[in-house]
Design a protein around this ligand. Sequence first.
Ligand SMILES: [Zn+2]
Length: 232
Amino acid sequence: MYTRRKLIKALAISSAALATDGLFISLKASEKSEKRVNKQHIITLSFDDGFKKSSILTAEIFEKHKLSACINVIATGHLSSFQIPDAYQITEKGDFGLWNELKARGHEIMMHGYKHAHKNEMPFEQAKDLILRCIDVFSKELKGFEPKESIFNFPYNASTPELEAWLPSQVKAFRTAGNGMNPLPFKGQVKLTCTGFGPGNSEDHLNAEIGKLLAKPSGWLIYNMHGLNGEG
Ligand SMILES: [Zn+2]
């Protein structure tokens, strides 16, 4: 039987997915055929910024549905020296104690920058240095972290062609701005693009995007989210 985890593994991609009716249909089909089927829908809700309260609640909700959440955190977000990068990040961040706990519970904890900088507004070398520092912190702090099995989620989804060309030498894939509709996971897929809505409640927009996804024969919607109950 294909559990979600096995399916994702089979597709050689490491990203948390939220099952929809479409995905359940495809899971059943996969059980029968043991190979990728044509009609398949995957949704990743990609939660950014590592808000402590929201991350705990997000993980609990996903656990209720036997799914793993995708939580992207800032390497230095928990330190007292962390400088708030924008007006939405004023609440407490989780620390690596929490991230290790959530990872041990089966959730995906991924990189969302060293200090949440706009990497498209600085020289390449500086942006590269920040990413390497981010990888370094995760390697030291997050148990079982493997850069080459990880996704770098650009802060503000702000990348540059130069960074996009270099980054696959360091990580498995990266998430940046673009169309939220991605091809189904395939081996060697390095660029993931996402959509989102904000500031404000993204539920209606998300529902519309899910509708668009399900109207397609197949696809992978990556939807960028932040906190719950107004946080972030
Ligand atoms: Zn962010």
